[in-house]
Write a protein that binds this ligand. Structure first.
Ligand SMILES: Nc1ncnc2c1ncn2[C@@H]1O[C@H](COP(=O)(O)OP(=O)(O)OP(=O)(O)O)[C@@H](O)[C@H]1O
Length: 616
């Protein structure tokens, strides 16, 4: 979990500089010309209020006693500034939205490239990482754009404020100081508030994630049957609302503090503006200020305050988005989650085809340091060209062994060797190219039937013959051909293809049919060196199971394979049967040899066989 779980809730100067630099680079790469245009527009917009106030002052002071032509030129200039002021914000909004889309697309691309580069499962099982990922998704969606926009607004606001303050200073230095000083507490308070907002986000994220989980459960098709039948919907809804109440209470506390602080700040601002107005009116009466200067003064006080409060808001907003970006950067910079090959072996870009076999050498494994050992010194050899079956009680660690073989995790101790080479020394995608697998918890994708099979090897998306061949081997071709749109039928009742008409919302398959589809997904791969089958027939009826095992036997013949099954009748033909118990290999041999030995396998087999006989 390197680089993923460290605290991300403090912004030091170094963190701010690093985040700002990374965001600027991302924005520049995503939309350079758009960025330049936005910067130019922001500068123009910053100048507009100062120019307007200045021209208004000149027009008012020249209403009498100057040439009509000069007054006309000034008034026309003022009108033109009004036109610019009307159009520029709209143009900025339009370009800003385009810019946001471009940077967000790039940020999302980078984020999911990083996520896709995590080869193992441990990070996905870690709740802290899940929360961080959710924040990172939010950051990619809006924080990058908002940070750039905020940065430009800060620069623009500062420009406006400096322009007005210069004009104000020319009239009265004390007022200039007072107006500037009134902005300092607001700045500090807003920054504190934004930090608190970001903390709140982070603190409630676990509850939000749980709320989301209950929401999904309550509306998911998969869970709808059980929840309705067991009458569990009220219970789940209460749980969901409970999580929502936790989030609401926390958010309310932050909102209340925000309300109190901001009300106080608004009062301070209004007080400063009011005092200034009274002073200007009295000074004009004494003849110290002209009408034009009073108007300039009023505009400057209002202009500085609104520019500085804009700057403060942008800084505060930026502070929050910086913290969000911290999560984004933590994910995209997290680096590999599995140990990589040592430097000299990095050149081993291609894992050679299996020739001798795969060996588990004294493999120990537990899912985390505070979890119990699942495997305790497993020594197992899967010889090339042989079919090995792995059996054992629920929770014995069979699927765990398979997960180590596929490198979803690395052994805590010991090694898995591919023709004698530690699989940690090989790039993970190379290893996985050589594996074919059907998992116990295979995924029914809301895609078309053809796509559901092609997921096994996405290159076959454009090779329908290979998809059909795989379906034939899995015994599902006839059924798929009979679907309303054949292989192009959406296998989903929830998501319809947009190209399809509303009345063709797709169809869904039975559990056993899905299982055959999962089998076809494994078969679509070109000749995997090692076929891993974790309970490939558990959802099938007896006849279908028999049929699937015949097909598997045919497919596995002369190939290296590892089959996990609780149906001992299905594994009896394996070249070798291995019994896993208490995290170790307890027995190993052919079906006949194990029966003769009279151990665990013999006991289990006899038990299952007698069950069938009684049924018969
Ligand atoms: N991701 C995980 N995190 C923590 N513990 C896990 C995880 N996956 C499995 N376990 C634990 O590891 C043990 C072995 O699980 P595994 O799925 O490997 O057993 P199995 O032999 O395949 O069982 P079954 O026959 O029921 O499929 C179980 O006690 C399980 O609770």
């Amino acid at each position: 979990m390197s680089g993923v779980s460290e605290a991300q809730d403090r912004l030091t100067a170094g963190v701010v500089a690093d985040t700002a630099r990374s965001t600027a680079v991302l924005a520049w790469r995503a939309a350079p010309w758009n960025l330049v245009a936005l910067a130019a527009l922001t500068t123009g917009l910053a100048a507009v209020p100062v120019v307007t106030a200045w021209l208004t002052r000149l027009v008012l002071d020249r209403l009498t006693g100057v040439e009509g032509a000069e007054l006309f030129a000034l008034a026309a200039g003022l009108a033109a500034t009004g036109l610019v002021a009307a159009v520029l914000p709209l143009l900025r909004q339009f370009l800003g939205a385009r810019f946001d889309r471009a940077v967000s697309l790039r940020a999302v691309d980078r984020l999911y490239s990083a996520v896709n580069s995590f080869h193992g499962l441990a990070r996905f099982e870690n709740p802290v990482f899940q929360d961080r990922l959710r924040m990172a998704r939010g950051a990619a969606g809006q924080s990058v754009g908002r940070l750039v926009d905020g940065g430009l607004r800060v620069a623009g606001g500062a420009l406006t404020a400096v322009g007005f303050l210069t004009a104000l200073y020319a009239m009265d230095a004390t007022m200039t100081l007072l107006v500037t000083a009134s902005a300092v507490p607001a700045l500090v308070a807003e920054l504190k508030l934004s930090r608190r907002r970001a903390h709140t986000e982070w603190r409630v994220s676990a509850a939000q994630r749980r709320e989301f989980f209950y929401q999904m459960l309550l509306s998911s098709l998969d869970a709808a049957k059980e929840i309705r039948l067991f009458g569990a919907s009220g219970f789940l809804k209460e749980r969901m609302l409970g999580e929502r109440r936790i989030v609401d209470a926390e958010t309310h506390r932050t909102d209340r503090r925000e309300f109190l602080t901001q009300s106080l700040l608004a009062l301070i601002s209004a007080f400063v503006a009011g005092t200034g107005l009274v002073w200007a009116a009295l000074a004009a009466r004494r003849g110290q200020l002209t009408v034009g200067e009073v108007s300039m003064f009023v505009a400057a006080v209002g202009g500085v305050q609104s520019a500085l409060s804009g700057v403060i808001r942008s800084l505060a907003d930026g502070h929050q988005h910086m913290l969000m970006m911290g999560h984004y950067l933590a994910v995209v910079r997290a680096g590999p989650d599995l140990e990589g090959p040592p430097q000299p072996l990095r050149t081993r870009a291609h894992l050679p085809a299996l020739r001798k076999g795969v060996e588990f050498r004294d493999v120990w494994f537990r899912y985390a340091e505070d979890h119990p050992w699942i495997l305790r010194g497993v020594n197992l050899f899967l010889p090339y060209g042989e079919a090995v079956a792995l059996v054992g009680q629920n929770g014995a660690g069979k699927s765990t062994l398979v997960k180590l073989l596929c490198r979803f995790y690395d052994p805590t101790r010991g090694a898995v060797l591919w023709d004698g080479v530690d699989i940690r020394q090989v790039p993970v995608p190379q290893l996985r190219r050589r594996l074919g697998a059907v998992f116990q918890d295979y995924v029914p994708y809301d895609l078309t039937a053809a796509e559901n099979i092609a997921i096994g090897d996405v290159e076959t998306l454009t090779a329908p013959d290979r998809i059909r061949e795989a379906a034939r081997r899995a015994g599902v071709h006839d059924m798929l051909s009979r679907l309303p749109r054949g292989y192009d039928t959406m296998l989903s009742r929830t998501y319809a293809r947009q190209a399809q008409h509303d009345d063709e919302t797709g169809t869904t398959l039975s559990g056993g049919q899905w299982q055959r589809l999962a089998l076809a997904r494994a078969f679509v791969r070109d000749e995997p060196d090692l076929l891993v089958l974790d309970e490939p027939s558990s959802g099938l009826d007896a006849e279908a199971e028999h049929d699937v095992h015949l097909r598997l036997r045919h497919h596995r013949a002369h190939r290296t394979s590892l089959l996990i099954s609780h149906r001992l009748g299905a594994v009896r033909d394996a070249d070798r049967i291995v019994v896993l118990a208490d995290g170790r290999i307890a027995e190993e041999g052919t079906h006949d040899a194990l029966l003769l030995a009279g151990g665990t396998y013999a006991k289990l087999f006899t038990l299952q066989a007698s069950g069938y006989q009684e049924e018969a």
